[in-house]
Every structure is written in C-alpha cells, then in structure tokens.
Design a protein around this ligand. Structure first.
Ligand code: GLN
Length: 477
C-alpha cells in the first residue's frame, strides 16, 4: 500500500486511487480512524465513532472489484449528530437525548449508503444546532485545529473540524442560520447551504423547520458538488422538498456580475476580515468577473427577524422532548406535568431553554401580532429584495463571518454578541437561497494563522452557479 497522504486527498483523488488499487477502502478508513484516535481526544470533533465503518469499507472494496463503485463508494464521512443513522446514538449534543438510538436512516443517509459512503462517526455540535461556537454542546466544546484555545464555530463545529483535522474526507452538517458556513470560515473548509427544499430534511432533528437544510462540508468545491449531487432531490417523506419538474438549473455564465451590499458592512466587522474581503474582490476582478455595488434595503433586519422566527419554530419543535417519547426521563414528580418539567429542566441546556422561552413568548397571544407576524411579513419583503438584487447580478458576495475564530469562553456570557456572528449568513436561510462558503486566506492572531472565508449567494436553485464561481475562486478549474 502506498502511504496515504490525508492532507492532500480529495474525493476524486481517493476514488481514482481506490479504482487503480493504490489503496483499498479499508486502508483508507483505517487511516482516518488512526488519525481520529490521535487528534480527537484534544479537539473533540467526534462524539462517538460508529461500529460499522470497516465493514462498510469492505463492502466498498467489493464494489471496486465488481465494477459497481460510484464516486462516493468507500469515501469516509463524518455525520453531524442530529442526522439519524439507524441503530446509532443520535443525541443532537443534548442531554435529553443521551443514549438515544435512531430507529431509521435520514433520507440523505439512505442516499449516501446506496452510493457506498463509509460513516465514521457522529460529530459534536451546539445542542440541537443552537449556537455559533459548539460551546453549547452537553458534551464539551470542539476546539479549533488552528488554535486550540479558540472555538471551531458552530453549530456544525464537529463536522467542520472532522474535515479540517483530516479526521474525515468530508462530512454532513446542518445550516439553519449559518451553521455550516460560519464554522467553515473559522476552520478553512468549504461549506454549502442549499436552496431551501433541494435536500430532504427527513431524519434531521428539527431546529427551525422553515430554515433548516442539510449540506456538505468538504476540502474543495468539487467535493461539495459531488455530495450535493448525491443527497439532493425530491422526497415523499419531506413535503417541503421541491418537486423535480419545478427545478430549473440556472444558466452558468463564464464571467459573472457579482453584487456587493457595501451598506451592510458598516459596524462590528473585524478590520482583517474587511481587508481580506477586499483582496478577494480584487482576485475575482482579475479572473474577469464584474463587481457591482448593490443595495438590499431590508437585509439589516435579517438577524433580528431570524431571532424571532427561529426560536418560535424551536419552541414548537422541541416540545416533542417530553421524557416519554424519546431519551431522558425523570420521574418522581407528583403528576405527569411535573415529570415533564423535571425532565425538560434537566435535559435541556441553558441556550435551548432560552430559545424555548423566547419562542413561546413571541408566539403567545398578544405578542404574536407584535413580533412573529411582523417578522414573517418582513421575511417576505426580504425575499422581494433578493429577487430584485438578482435581476441585476448573478451572485451576491459578503464575508462569511464578521471575525476570525474567537477564544473559547469569549462570548459565552453575552448571547447577543454570539448572535452577531451570524450577521452575514442568516439572510440566505431567511429567504431560502443557496450559499457557499469558501476559504479566502488567513490572518494572524497570537502568532497563529487563522482562516478567513467569503460567502457567495446565488438565486434560488443556483447551486450550479455557486460551484462554478467557487471553483474559479479557489483555482479548481
Ligand atoms: N448560529 C445560529 C444560531 O445560533 C445558526 C445555527 C444554525 O445554523 N443551526 O441560531
């Protein structure tokens, strides 16, 4: 066997190597498992490893022998622990689901399984995907591989670090307001949030159902496209998926017009982030793309309205965790209601409780009209703003996050500061457009190099445009 160089590996390279027999799927999986044993105890990207990985790798090797291998056959992947894999512990990093084993495969898992992917383990995350640093996990923080005194970002911190530390070739995360893209920016990976409805949510533990999407985290754009092609599609089990006959892929232009909403980049953005952003614009210009200043008038409201709509949906979705149907059960109350209260008080962490309270408040009589209704109306206005912007430009560009990775504990006492970290990412979820985060360079902090990222947003169903511009930017073409 040739020594496997994990740093350099991509899905396509691994596929070619397994096809020509340079190494087997079992050897590849074993190499990743060894790497995980070495680095995971410190970084805490994985919550647990699955039993079946080597067996799945052997199955993959058979497919290479009999000529039925596909691009993802034998590719080791990490799965965010809010995506159900039959028989595996799926906690969403919450104590309330400690030891809960999923009883079915999520649709995305079913599809990846069919393609022959190997599932290495379940990754750490903010509890129920609520957070931007993976500090809200009930099972400890996931550290940043570039500086382990810093956060990985979140909520898909584990899935992103799994890839960044060479503990998996690719992974799945979920993105409700930026949870794939913001940690990708902090750890130098590529992350895709798909058009709402292009990927089935069936089997993903719901956070905000009108915002959630499952998507890939990878080392380059081509790999993100390979995974997207596998997991996308209409699904009878998720009525919000877009029917196949309504999908019209957009025309990809060689040279694109890229819109910059400068008015949205006023305060609170790190200087080095802005400098890197301007350099990225210059690079895009030198590649022949046209840069244009645009206005998205109501984008300023995206964060505030997100933090009304999302908790409203959270409070509804989390009501199913009552101690009776799933996971943790604390009895000893005087009646059933008290048992519910005991279970939920003990099972949910502070951020989950905060959002349940906020969500219940904005949905209650009297406040519904004042908050939830207004936020929903504004959401429609924002959709119109985006539609209008996309009449002028092919792509909208922003930084992915306003700062590089921050220190562990730095924002834990101030939830509003933490929420500001989503300023550039939430609008794509609010209006449903696809967005791709790609690495754009580094900045130095405490003599360590920290990754930075930029985000491309395309019109609804414009994933193909994102892949094109992303590959161009990263020199993958
Ligand atoms: N950080 C955002 C939040 O806390 C986004 C979370 C997500 O996308 N799951 O809500």
């Amino acid at each position: 066997m040739t020594k496997i160089n994990l740093t350099d590996l991509t899905i396509r390279k691994a596929h070619e190597a397994m096809k020509t027999g340079d190494f087997s799927a079992r050897e590849l999986t074993q190499t990743y498992l060894n790497k995980i044993t070495e680095v995971n105890p410190n970084l805490n990207a994985y919550l647990h490893l699955f039993d079946g990985a080597l067996k799945q790798a052997d199955e993959a090797d058979k497919r290479f022998k009999d000529g039925t291998a596909e691009l993802l056959t034998g590719i080791p992947m990490a799965i965010k622990n809010n995506i159900c894999i039959k028989g595996e512990i799926t906690t969403a990093a919450s104590k309330i689901l400690e030891n809960y084993r999923a009883i079915y495969d999520a649709t995305v898992i079913e599809k990846l399984r069919k393609a022959g992917a190997v599932f290495l383990g379940g990754t750490n995350m903010d509890e129920f995907a609520m957070g931007g640093s993976t500090e809200n996990s009930a099972y400890g923080v996931t550290k940043n591989p570039y500086d382990d005194t810093r956060v990985s970002g979140g909520s898909s911190g584990g899935s992103v670090v799994a890839v960044a530390m060479d503990g998996s070739l690719a992974s799945l995360g979920t993105d409700t307001g930026g949870s794939i893209r913001q940690p990708s920016s902090f750890c130098g990976t590529v992350g895709l949030k798909t058009t709402y409805g292009r990927v089935s949510r069936y089997g993903a533990i719901a956070m905000g159902s009108s915002l959630d999407q499952i998507g890939p985290v990878t080392k380059n754009v081509a790999d993100a496209e390979i995974i997207f092609d596998c997991i996308k599609g209409d699904d009878d089990m998720d009525s919000t998926t877009i029917p196949e006959n309504l999908i019209k892929e957009l025309k990809v232009k060689e040279k694109m017009t890229i819109g910059i909403p400068r008015h949205f980049m006023k305060e609170g953005i790190d200087e080095d982030v802005m400098k890197n952003f301007d350099e990225s614009i210059e690079k895009l210009k030198s590649l022949g793309h046209v840069i244009k200043d645009i206005e998205i008038p109501n984008i300023d409201y995206a964060l505030a309205t997100y933090y009304i709509i999302m908790p409203a949906e959270v409070s509804t979705n989390l009501s199913r965790f009552d101690g009776v149907r799933f996971g943790l059960y604390k009895d000893g109350g005087e009646n059933l209601l008290q048992d519910y209260m005991k279970t939920r008080a003990e099972g949910f962490g502070p951020e989950a409780r905060r959002r349940i309270i906020l969500g219940t408040y904005v949905l209650s009589a009297g406040y519904y009209d004042a908050y939830y209704d207004k936020a929903t109306a504004l959401r429609e206005v924002m959709k119109k703003d985006f539609t209008k912007a996309f009449e002028e430009v092919d792509i909208i560009l922003t930084p992915t996050a306003p700062t590089p990775a921050f220190k562990i504990g730095e924002k834990s006492d101030d939830p509003v500061q933490m929420y500001l970290s989503d300023i550039f990412t939430v609008s794509a979820n609010m209006v449903g457009v696809p967005a791709l985060a790609v690495p754009s360079g580094f900045t130095e902090r405490d003599s360590k190099q920290l990754p930075l990222g930029i985000q491309f947003m395309a019109p609804w169903m414009g994933e193909n445009i994102l892949f094109e511009i992303g590959k161009d930017f990263l020199g993958e073409k």
